[in-house]
Design a protein around this ligand. Structure first.
Ligand SMILES: C[S@@+](CC[C@H](N)C(=O)[O-])C[C@H]1O[C@@H](n2cnc3c(N)ncnc32)[C@H](O)[C@@H]1O
Length: 501
């Protein structure tokens, strides 16, 4: 039985959005631990490399200034994208590039605290490459940078990264059908014992008056939909756009976002209101509305070419400086559109099972992913077993890739066991001394289990530390008391000890 939580209200006033906020504020980083809320597509190394290159092309085209360029990641969640962008900026920047500071922001105090304490953030904090801020995208006003203990400059150039945000923030909803325009009012309810992901919406169309927003930018948007749509339901993240507008109004701004969303008006045609559950809930992002606002402010917008809007990339630019648009147009085409992060994502989805891939193809994928640790983890059940068949050159390529994978790894609690897989791969490459620290890390990161103790035992035996190997074999036995291989190894080590006594 559904427990209704409110009377019908305009969608942006619904308690639905309070539940979404509560979900993220209460769960903090746990929102991603069971992979409930998707994040790999928006925070992988390919995405970070492409965003960093586009931001750098833009920043380098700006008139030099004493102020650093800020990259504000909105609704950063785990902070994985921001950290990887900061690392990529360090790798890609020239000595003459302007100083860039990545600011990780979110609504949730728990997320910001976890980001600040994350091991991968520590060298970036020490280098002054990152800062952190609580930022509620429904509350206008500049964020306060917590490490620098100052408000974000009102004039410094600002790049905004907004991945899976336009679909997750408070929305208005409208229906345009047969020449009539309605606002969709909703009543949110939750079945007994349910959570935000189980939310039910009772939808009531209410006739839309003229000048609904009393704001020419958004009223003009409604007019465009009324004129062009025969039958479509449209979301508009108006509170978010209203927060964004004063933040970007008087400065050089680049806005980059990746989302499931619609770029052009006809894409809304024939669409019922889609509210999707994934731990929390989200809607189809209105990237057209974001572009409309920037264009109304005198800016320029780009949308990715692919018609597959289940994952797409958009960019918007506000500039008063000559030549900046040309640089961003070129960078956008190269890094974000042609073989951009959305194409990389589709390529990944279309791959056959890892067991059907050759070593060469796996190495290509690792490089194309820019050494993304989740891409490596996806291959890692098969890859170590193929090391025996690899040529010397392929082994060298793998050895060159592994430190990069580890350096760019940003651990979130998704049981990918990257340290374990790196350790196991080093073992297969007969490099026990390199494997040991990874297998030891895996005990801490992923927790003890049979495979970690057993591989640690093999590694320690290889390094001549037989007593430690026996300890780990016993620990492995505690997880799997009847394992044959453990018996055999224990017996062989006992025989060896007896022989040398
Ligand atoms: C779907 S997650 C996306 C996280 C991250 N950008 C990614 O791609 O993995 C939405 C994020 O937006 C944050 N968020 C939701 N509403 C917000 C608001 N009003 N202001 C700021 N952040 C918000 C949540 O805390 C969460 O981290």
């Amino acid at each position: 039985m559904v427990r209704w939580l409110e009377e019908s209200v305009p969608m942006s006033q619904s308690v639905l959005w309070d539940l979404v906020r509560e979900y993220y504020e209460d769960r903090g980083p746990d929102a991603w631990s069971s992979a409930d809320v998707p994040t790999q597509a928006t925070t992988n190394c390919h995405m970070a490399e492409a965003y960093a290159a586009t931001v750098l092309a833009w920043a380098e085209a700006l008139t030099p200034s004493d102020e650093p360029v800020y990259v504000l990641e909105l609704g950063a969640g785990t902070g994985r994208l921001g950290a990887r962008v900061a690392m990529a900026l360090q790798r890609q920047r020239l000595r003459t590039s302007p100083a860039v500071v990545v600011v990780i922001t979110d609504l949730s105090r728990k997320n910001i605290d976890a980001c600040k304490q994350h091991p991968t953030m520590q060298p970036l904090i020490a280098a002054g490459a990152v800062d952190f801020a609580l930022l509620d995208l429904e509350q206008p006003g500049p964020p306060r940078l917590e490490l620098r203990d100052e408000e974000l400059s009102a004039t410094a150039p600002l790049a905004l990264l907004a991945n899976y945000i336009v679909d997750s923030v408070r929305q208005d909803a409208f229906r345009f059908r047969d020449g009539a325009a309605h606002e969709l009012w909703v009543r949110a309810g939750i079945p007994e014992g349910g959570a935000v992901a189980d939310v039910k919406l009772d939808i009531k169309p209410v006739p839309l008056g003229d000048s609904h927003y009393a704001d020419p930018v958004f009223d003009d948007l409604l007019r465009v939909y009324a004129e062009q749509l025969e039958d479509g339901d449209v979301f508009i993240p108006t509170p978010f756009l209203r927060t964004l507008r004063p933040l970007v109004a008087d400065r050089e701004t680049l806005f980059l976002c990746a989302d499931k969303g619609h770029r052009y008006v006809p894409e809304w045609e024939g669409q019922p209101p889609a509210v999707v559950a994934h731990g929390s809930i989200s809607v189809t992002a209105n990237l057209h509305a974001v572009a409309h606002m920037f264009e109304a402010m005198g800016g320029h917008a780009w949308h990715a070419d692919s018609a597959d809007t289940s994952f797409t990339i958009s960019a918007c630019l506000l500039t008063q400086q000559a030549g900046v648009e040309e640089h961003v147009t070129r960078a956008y085409a190269h890094w974000l559109n042609d073989y951009g992060p959305a194409d990389f994502e589709r390529l990944g989805d279309a791959l056959p099972e890892p067991s059907e891939l050759s070593v060469e193809l796996m190495l290509s994928l690792i490089r194309l992913s820019h050494y993304d640790s989740s891409t490596f983890a996806m291959l890692a059940d098969t890859l170590p077993d193929l090391v025996d068949e690899a040529t010397d050159v392929q082994r060298e390529d793998l050895l060159a890739a592994m430190p990069k994978i580890w350096e760019r790894h940003y651990r979130i609690d998704t049981h990918e066991c990257v340290a374990f897989h790196l350790g196991r791969t080093y073992m297969e490459l007969d490099l026990a001394e390199l494997a040991l620290p990874f297998l030891e890390s895996s005990l801490v990161d992923d927790g003890p289990d049979f495979a970690v103790h057993y591989n640690l035992a093999l590694c320690l035996e290889e390094l001549g530390r037989d007593a430690d190997a026996v300890t780990h074999l016993h620990l492995a036995q505690a997880f799997s008391p009847d394992d044959e291989e453990v018996f055999v190894r224990l017996q062989e080590l006992a025989d060896k000890r007896a022989e040398s006594a």
